[in-house]
Design a protein around this ligand. Structure first.
Ligand code: HEC
Length: 134
């Protein structure tokens, strides 16, 4: 895992991994606190459409106009992994496209987007505990 752009992202990720030092506190992120919340799901859908569809597609299947965003219906990295990836982005050397960092989004907004995406999850998806990033 490499973060070529800023060391800030690496620090943020290290903090997220250790569970300390973030505004979020320690045990908050094992699962989405807004999971199943109708209002959050509606708001998250709006955010997703505005912010994520160019790469991930309107149905979150990875078929956006800009191509190769991952299929988020089969997210396997758990909620912590989801949060860390949106917050910090992810750049895998050798891949044509990378996931930008959305560190400017409020935590609540990220939770809302997650709550919406959970409603699209297909078999095998894991939105609970999981590896942080991969
Ligand atoms: C500029 C294109 C682009 C945009 C915009 C974008 N993504 Fe991504 N995203 C990607 C790419 C490409 C990957 C795959 C990265 C990799 O692992 O190589 C990815 C990966 C992810 C992953 C990890 C998926 C997994 O299974 O590991 C999550 C979660 C994610 N994006 C969420 C979001 C959310 C939420 C938004 C909107 C706030 C968003 N993305 C906007 C391109 C984008």
């Amino acid at each position: 895992m490499k973060y070529r752009k800023t060391s800030g992202a690496a620090i943020a990720l290290a903090m997220a991994l250790s569970g300390g030092g973030t505004a979020l506190g320690q045990d908050l992120l094992a699962a989405n606190p807004l999971s199943g919340d109708e209002k959050a799901i509606r708001s998250g859908k709006g955010w997703f459409r505005n912010t994520c569809t160019p790469c991930h597609g309107g149905r979150a299947d990875g078929m956006g106009d800009m191509g190769t965003g991952a299929d988020l219906r089969k997210l396997k990295i758990g909620f912590r992994g989801f949060y860390a990836t949106v917050k910090n982005g992810r750049q895998v050397p050798g891949r044509a496209q990378f996931m930008p960092s959305f560190s400017f989004l409020e935590d609540k907004t990220i939770f809302e987007i997650g709550a919406y995406l959970e409603t699209l999850a297909i078999e095998g998806a894991n939105w609970k505990e999981g590896e942080v990033n991969k």
